[in-house]
Design a protein around this ligand. Sequence first.
Ligand SMILES: NC(=O)c1ccc[n+]([C@@H]2O[C@H](COP(=O)([O-])OP(=O)(O)OC[C@H]3O[C@@H](n4cnc5c(N)ncnc54)[C@H](OP(=O)(O)O)[C@@H]3O)[C@@H](O)[C@H]2O)c1
Length: 317
Amino acid sequence: MDRVRLGRTDMRVSRIGLGAWQFSGDAWGAFSYEQAKAVVAKALEVGVNFFDTAAVYGRGRSEEFLGRALRELGARGEVYIATKIHGDWLRRVDILTAVENQRRRLGVDAIDLYQIHWPACWHNTPICETMKTLEELVDRGLVRYIGVSNFPLPLLEYARTCLSRTDVVTSQNRYNLVEREADKELLPYLRREGIVLIAWSPLAKGVLTGKYTPDSVPAFEDVRRNDPLFTPQNLRVVWPVVEEVRRVAKAYGKSPAQVALNWLIRDPWVYPIPGAKTPEQVVENAGAVGWSLSDDDWRALDRLGWEASQKIVYVTW
Ligand SMILES: NC(=O)c1ccc[n+]([C@@H]2O[C@H](COP(=O)([O-])OP(=O)(O)OC[C@H]3O[C@@H](n4cnc5c(N)ncnc54)[C@H](OP(=O)(O)O)[C@@H]3O)[C@@H](O)[C@H]2O)c1
């Protein structure tokens, strides 16, 4: 898979990455080390070299599995690991402790991209304490780049003013064809500022693959059990989009997942990190790269997805 530069960094990354939340063993159901290793091995084989994990995924389990798999598979050279620090650990003392644990679990000297998973909710930690500590980690060579996740725009703008020797290079947010809040103000700002939007849930947790219909929602035992997107009402709202994705996929000889991801990668500032549970899903998702939707098809999907996104209701009781 061709490499692109990740925003203002020197990282030459595959056009899509791999999300490793699935390795946590809790949120997405039981998942063994052997399954994680098979997924990572296939990702490397098809040319994926950017992996996203977090301290909170399985309380360190995803980081541990990812680090171990990359080591055992002898992944060398341009392989990049992005991880995140828990949003409740944003005081200086907590960051200094967490980063050591994360480097150990991942088995790396320096973490390529260290992201704040979500803004401080409970601890009232001043954002500049957090940002200056992250900058210190860059100075000390423990972290190469810093990013944020799930930050509202005003907080991101303010957080950047706390930094004097480095800057935020990525913002990780939910972004897919039918969940488009980032279009309102965040994404235009990121494009202007040269910050990459790392798109989480780029397949809308599987909805855009077309395998979950309003009439056949499984009784999920995973994180989707409480995800409002999976209520029959919201699945009905997005269903015309899924049907159009399926129609376009057929016309191009691609799969719906490939079309949904290809729609995202048309924007050079958007970087999807689909999660995968099997090597087959990894291969399929990698097939989103190397071809393009026509302008008309891209625009039609864009409009349909936007209209549906504005009708989704996240309130469920
Ligand atoms: N920063 C944050 O707050 C945050 C939040 C969420 C996620 N993330 C990151 O973003 C990554 C991706 O997001 P996500 O896992 O929420 O959602 P996603 O990538 O939209 O969906 C992943 C799920 O879709 C299904 N799937 C994947 N590829 C498929 C294919 N080719 N065909 C059919 N089904 C397929 C799989 O589940 P089934 O087979 O069971 O359907 C898989 O677990 C995560 O792994 C994580 O690294 C970050």
